[in-house]
Design a protein around this ligand. Sequence first.
Ligand code: ATP
Ligand code: MG
Length: 239
Amino acid sequence: MPLIKLEQVTRYYKTGQVRVEALKGVDLAVEKGDFVSIMGPSGSGKSTLLNIIGALDRPSSGIYELAGKRVDKLSDNKLAEIRNEFIGFVFQSFHLLPDLTAQANVELPLIYRGISSKERRRRAVAALESVGLGNRIHHRPAQLSGGEQQRVAIARALVGEPEVILADEPTGALDSRTGEHIMAIFQKLNREQGLTIVQVTHEEDIAHYGRRIIRLLDGEIEREEILENNTGSVSEVSG
Ligand SMILES: Nc1ncnc2c1ncn2[C@@H]1O[C@H](COP(=O)(O)OP(=O)(O)OP(=O)(O)O)[C@@H](O)[C@H]1O
Ligand SMILES: [Mg+2]
């Protein structure tokens, strides 16, 4: 059973008289342990697709199953539960809370689960250490570099032990060397912990860290490439 399964998923937006067909019938299956890069021109539906996979949005029609459960018709509250339990998000612009330390930002997803503050702290520090930021736990976002902020965001995505990490242009705001470091972290999580990752990117080099590339065009999957030899020689993941 695939972890993520979409069948003939569509998403239409209506603005005034204009109907935009952002997704026109997408079939997609992602197995546990896969690392998928979604590419395609601006407006091709990449973020729309990722938002549906992440239970931030619902399809207009079609079937979506996550870990064997239908999620396409769930209420907003149920979708929020699914997000909290199954999904870790990473965004282009990090989305960290500026007044909180790195540790407090990473603890946030655990607060909704009613975990004790001592246990939250332990898990947040461990997640920050796993992305090489054990020496930055008391820094606020403005005191961190872009790459460090994105690593805090990855630690926050990891701390709830999600089934899948979804990343919308995770390296889009970073220089290429820092972007490679973020990809090295993703690849390590995927290879060593079997974490499932689905990322959207505009950059071919970044896409090639995945195990396959799905190319979207005009709301449809245009083609798919399996990467036999996904970028192997990644630099050491460390602080
Ligand atoms: N909330 C919305 N209301 C109306 N139309 C929308 C909405 N969100 C997206 N669209 C339209 O749906 C289409 C797909 O948008 P989407 O954001 O998925 O593209 P994308 O592939 O992520 O593009 P980019 O690379 O620029 O981020 C676009 O034509 C967009 O204008
Ligand atoms: Mg987008």
